[in-house]
Design a protein around this ligand. Structure first.
Ligand code: FAD
Length: 451
C-alpha cells in the first residue's frame, strides 16, 4: 500500500530513533529528528568505547533497510563464551550451532554510522534541542533551553518517541487516564572499564569470545573492540559486603581485582583508574501501556520497554519494533490509527516477555548459580539438548538466534521448565542424572505435554 507524505518528528537520535528515521524516509516522508545531545559525530572521542551485542533480530531489521553488510564491517563475531572460573583453566562454551554468533559492536560507531546514513537519505537532524513537551492530539513538539525558558513550537502530523527509558514523550502520555506504568530498579549496578590493546594493537584475550568472570553475586564481562581493546562491565550490588559502596580506596580496588580476577592482573592499574573515574549506573525494567496515542504519537524502543541487559536484547528488541511496525505500515497504508493499534497489540506481549526473560537471567546469574540442584538441572538440559538439538532448543538460542516472537521463547521456556521440575523431583536424580532412564522420561514428557 502507498503512503501519503507526512511531516514526522522523531524524538531521540539514539540507535532506535536513527534506524526508524531511515525506515520512514523510504516512504518519502519529511523527517525531523530532535536530540538534546550534541551531534555525536562532532563530539571529541572520550577514549571510552562502549559496545553491545547485536543478534539475529537486530540484523534482520538492518537487512530490511539495506545496511546489514555495512554494519557487519564494524562488528566482531563472537561464537562462544569464554568462562574464567576461579581454580579452573579458561574454558569455552559455543553459543549455538556452527556459524551462529553474536556481534560485538561499538555503540558510538554504530550510532554515528546510522545518523550518517539517515542524513544521506535526506533526514533532518536537530541536535542540542531538547523536547520539553508534546501536544498529543495535535502532534506539536515544544523544544527549548530549559523547562522555564521560552519554547519553540513545531507542528507535525506524527510524533515518534524514541527518547529512551526516561522518555519525555511517555511522561506526557503518563498524565492521561488509564495509562499503565511501572518502573523497577534492581539492586545491582554496573560500571564500564577497559582492557587496552597490546602495544602492537592485538587483543589481550581471545577476540572472538564473550568473556565472563562469574563470581556469584557479582560478575565481570568483556567484549572486544576493533582497536584491540576490550570494553568490560562490572556488575555488582550497590550496597553490601562486596559492593560498589564497599570499595572506597585504591587499595580496596586493588585487593578486589587481585582476589577475584587474578587473570586480569596485568591490567589492574587501568581497571582501577577506570573504576574511580567512571560512573556507577543503575538498571531498570520499565513497562507501560498504551504505547500510542490516536493516530498521532507512538513510542518505540526503550521509551516503550526498558529491560535489564542480561540477555543483550534491549537494542535488538527496539530494532524488532521497527521491523514489525514497517510490516504493518506496508499492510495498512495511510491508516495510522490502525497501524498504531496493531503495532502496540503485537509488540506489547513480546516486550513483556523479553523483560521477564532478562530479569530471570539476572536472578539466575546472581543467585542460582551457587545452587547445586540448579547446576545439575542445567547439566541435564545441556546433555539432552546436545543429543536432541531439534527437541530441546535452549532458551538463549530461542532469544538470540531465532526470529520467532519473544513471547513464544518465554512460553517454550516455561514448558521446558515444567518438564525439568518433574525430572528434578526424582529421588535418585543426583545418581541417575546421566542415565538412559532420565533421558527416556524426558522424551516421554516431551511427547505427552503440550505448551
Ligand atoms: P537511547 O539509546 O536511550 O536513546 C535515546 C535518545 O533520546 C538519546 O540520544 C537521548 O539524548 C535522546 N533524548 C532523551 N530525551 C530527550 C528529549 N527530551 N529531547 C530530545 N532528545 C532526547 N542492547 C542490546 O541489544 N545488546 C546489548 O548487548 C546491550 N547491552 C547493554 C548493556 C547495558 C549496560 C545497558 C544499560 C543496556 C544495554 N542494551 C543492550 C540496551 C540498549 O542500550 C538499549 O536498548 C538501546 O540503547 C535503546 O535505544 P533507544 O534509541 O531506544 O534509546
Amino acid at each position: 500500500m502507498t503512503q501519503t507524505k507526512k511531516n514526522i518528528a522523531i524524538i531521540g537520535s539514539g540507535l532506535v530513533g536513527s534506524l526508524l528515521a531511515l525506515y520512514l524516509k523510504k516512504y518519502g516522508h519529511e523527517i525531523t529528528v530532535f536530540d538534546r545531545r550534541p551531534d555525536i559525530r562532532l563530539v571529541e572521542f572520550s577514549g571510552r568505547s562502549i559496545n553491545l551485542a547485536m543478534s539475529n533480530r537486530g540484523w534482520k531489521a538492518l537487512r530490511e533497510v539495506g545496511i546489514e553488510e555495512e554494519i557487519r564491517k564494524i562488528g566482531i563475531p563472537l561464537d562462544k563464551r569464554c568462562m574464567h572460573v576461579i581454580g579452573k583453566p579458561e574454558y569455552h562454551q559455543k553459543y549455538g550451532k556452527e556459524g551462529e554468533a553474536i556481534w560485538s559492536i561499538s555503540r558510538g560507531v554504530l550510532n554515528k554510522k546510522m545518523i550518517d546514513l539517515a542524513e544521506e537519505a535526506g533526514v533532518r537532524f536537530r541536535f542540542e534541542e531538547k523536547v520539553w513537551d508534546v501536544d498529543l492530539p495535535n502532534a506539536k513538539v515544544f523544544t527549548g533551553e530549559s523547562e522555564k525558558s521560552e519554547w519553540k513550537e513545531y507542528d507535525f502530523d506524527l510524533v515518534f518517541g524514541c527518547d529512551g527509558a526516561f522518555s519525555r514523550v511517555r511522561h506526557k502520555m503518563q498524565r492521561r487516564s488509564r495509562f499503565n506504568y511501572s518502573q523497577d530498579f534492581i539492586d545491582v549496578g554496573y560500571k564500564e572499564l577497559t582492557i587496552p590493546a597490546n602495544t602492537d594493537g592485538t587483543h589481550k584475550l581471545d577476540k572472538n569470545s564473550f568473556h565472563i568472570w562469574p563470581r556469584g553475586k557479582f560478575m565481570f564481562i568483556a567484549m572486544p573492540n576493533l582497536d584491540g581493546s576490550f570494553t568490560c562491565t562490572l556488575f555488582m550490588p550497590f550496597e553490601g559486603d562486596i559492593s560498589f559502596e564497599s570499595i572506597k580506596t585504591k587499595s580496596d580496588a586493588d585487593h578486589f581485582f587481585n582476589t577475584y580476577f587474578p587473570n586480569v592482573q596485568n591490567d589492574i592499574e587501568n581497571l582501577i583508574h577506570d573504576f574511580f573515574k567512571n560512573p556507577t549506573s543503575a538498571m531498570v525494567t520499565m513497562k507501560c501501556y498504551p504505547w500510542t496515542y490516536w493516530n498521532k504519537v507512538a513510542l518505540v524502543g526503550d521509551s516503550a520497554h526498558a529491560i535489564v541487559p542480561f540477555y543483550g536484547q534491549g537494542m535488538n528488541a527496539g530494532f524488532e519494533d521497527i521491523y514489525v511496525l514497517d510490516q504493518i505500515i506496508k499492510e495498512h497504508g495511510d491508516d495510522w490509527e490502525t497501524i498504531f493499534e496493531v503495532y502496540q497489540k503485537e509488540r506489547k506481549p513480546n516486550a513483556d516477555a523479553i523483560a521477564e526473560l532478562s530479569y530471570r537471567n539476572f536472578i539466575e546469574m546472581s543467585s542460582k548459580t551457587a545452587d547445586p540442584m540448579f547446576l545439575l538441572q542445567k547439566k541435564i538440559e545441556k546433555k539432552f539438548s546436545s543429543k536432541y538439538p531439534d527437541k530441546w532448543i535452549p532458551a538463549y538460542s530461542r532469544v538470540t538466534f531465532s526470529e520467532r516472537p519473544y513471547a513464544e521463547a518465554l512460553a517454550y521456556g516455561d514448558f521446558q521448565e515444567s518438564i525439568m521440575k518433574e525430572i528434578m523431583k526424582r529421588p535418585q536424580i543426583e545418581q541417575e542424572w546421566d542415565s538412559e532412564t532420565v533421558e527416556k522420561a524426558m522424551l516421554e514428557m516431551l511427547a505427552d505435554k503440550t505448551i
